[in-house]
Design a protein around this ligand. Structure first.
Ligand code: SF4
Ligand code: SF4
Length: 431
């Protein structure tokens, strides 16, 4: 009797023939075999994606699953490198799938992947290809691309307003477009410290600290433009390259020893991406400037706080800096530092990287909660009453998360600069 009267698993035909040597395969078996082969093993989307520049490592996945528990999106949804690979293998085109916009390029999967499947390269390449093919881009992200192109910042604000935050600092801040001349440090303020009200608080606190330390520094005022690293990772490499040329042309007109920036994304651009295009700058994250000099400050106000610290992905995992922020926190009087379970190399992403800052409206439809909401719950579980951050994206993201999770009144979010300023007797967070 021929076998194959009922549905067969998609075994390889040659193997079946060899094992069943001499046994007649039914017409139904053959029909189902052809169908299943097409349904289960049409892997052309995988090969097409792997053919994109810098995306070849998507093919190297062998399904070990190590990325599953560490992917922050998988913690709150159904997404991760292994799942992306499996979908591609089974004929689902990532360029048409909502998964395309879920990765925050946090880098935690790459840290554990034995095959070095690199989502930080794969996702931007896939997004760039999707845009080139005219696929739909989430409206919020499209708006940010347009604002960045028009105004040089993601928030669509006038360049003239960029230095407005300095008025509330209470100390002089040198605008190099008005007072030219060499400075030791160029403060590259970036968008969220310059324009967001809670970013303004941190920028003003930082200005007071710089003043107290007597550091010679200045800003580019209305001539600064975003460094655009998150736009690059969201798929707009062309926009990033255009910005980079403009930024380099501007920087060439000013004299400074090193660049200091509060933004880990901007820091990543200057430290790792600009050099690939031949533009080398000496750059520090603001915590790296403050940490070695924290002992010079005379603190007057004990903080009486239990604080937990959130590692920004683009400062920690991407650039290896975990200690500078902690050195600053540990130097503050009356502050007890407690760690979250996921911290340092395994820090949980706030959801803002890789364009995620502007994709909450998309992500919320594919996850059970926002990554920022998950993170503030983890912070509250430590018993901390303050979540300290050192990335300009995070204060607003986490403050929204605190409100939407009902943790208002239990957990405050503070930039490190605000905490240092407060310990110096300054106002800290003003808004
Ligand atoms: S860790 Fe790497 S090889 Fe393993 S399933 Fe994830 S992407 Fe694939
Ligand atoms: S980079 Fe982060 S968000 Fe993206 S797939 Fe890897 S672990 Fe998940």
């Amino acid at each position: 009797m021929p076998i194959g009267g009922q549905k067969q698993p998609p075994v390889v035909r040659e193997l079946a023939s060899a094992v069943l040597d001499g046994v007649e395969l039914s017409a139904e078996w053959n029909r189902q075999f052809e169908t299943r082969v097409i349904e289960d093993y049409d892997s052309s989307p995988l090969f097409e994606l792997a053919a994109l520049t810098e995306a070849e490592s998507i093919e190297w996945c062998y399904g070990c699953g190590r990325c599953v528990p560490v992917c922050p999106v998988d913690v709150v949804g159904e997404y991760g490198p292994r799942k992306v690979h499996r979908k591609l293998q089974t004929g689902i085109n990532l360029l048409d799938d909502p998964d395309l916009w879920l990765c925050t390029t946090c880098g935690n999967c790459l840290r554990v992947c034995p095959k070095q499947v690199d989502m930080i390269k794969i996702m931007p390449a896939a997004r760039e290809a999707a845009m080139a093919q005219g696929k739909e881009v989430p409206a919020e992200l499209q708006g940010v691309f347009e604002s960045t192109f028009k105004y040089g910042n993601a928030l669509g604000q006038s360049p003239r307003k960029r230095p407005a935050w300095t008025k509330g600092a209470g100390v002089p801040v040198r605008d190099l477009t008005k007072e030219p001349g060499r400075v030791e440090y160029l403060l590259y303020v970036e968008d969220y410290w310059a324009y967001h009200p809670r970013g303004n608080d941190a920028a003003q606190a930082f200005a007071r600290i710089m003043h107290r330390l007597g550091i010679d520094y200045g800003i580019l005022g209305h001539e600064e433009k975003t460094l655009g690293d998150s736009q690059r990772l969201a798929g707009e490499k062309g926009l990033f390259e255009m910005l980079m040329e403009q930024v380099v042309e501007t920087l060439d007109r000013f004299e400074f020893g090193a660049i200091v920036t509060p933004d880990p994304h901007g820091f990543n651009a200057l430290a790792k991406i600009y050099p690939k295009y031949g533009h080398e700058f000496n750059v520090l994250h603001y915590t790296q400037l403050l940490a070695p000099r924290i002992g010079e400050l005379e603190f007057t106000t004990p903080l009486d706080m239990r604080v937990t610290f959130h590692d920004p992905c683009y400062l920690g995992r991407h650039n290896g800096e975990y200690d500078a922020p902690r050195q600053i926190l540990e130097a503050l009087p009356g502050l007890e530092l407690v760690e979250m379970m996921r911290c340092r190399e395994n820090g949980y992403c706030c959801g803002g990287g890789g364009g995620g800052m502007w994709l909450d409206g998309h992500t919320v439809n594919h996850t059970s909660e926002r990554l920022s909401e998950r993170r503030v719950r983890e912070a509250a579980e430590t018993g901390a009453n303050v979540l300290a951050v050192c990335c300009p994206y995070e204060v607003s993201r986490f403050e929204d998360g605190v409100k939407s999770t009902g943790l208002d009144g239990q957990l405050k979010v503070r930039d490190l600069a605000e905490l240092v300023d407060q310990a110096l007797g300054g106002p800290g967070a003003v808004s």
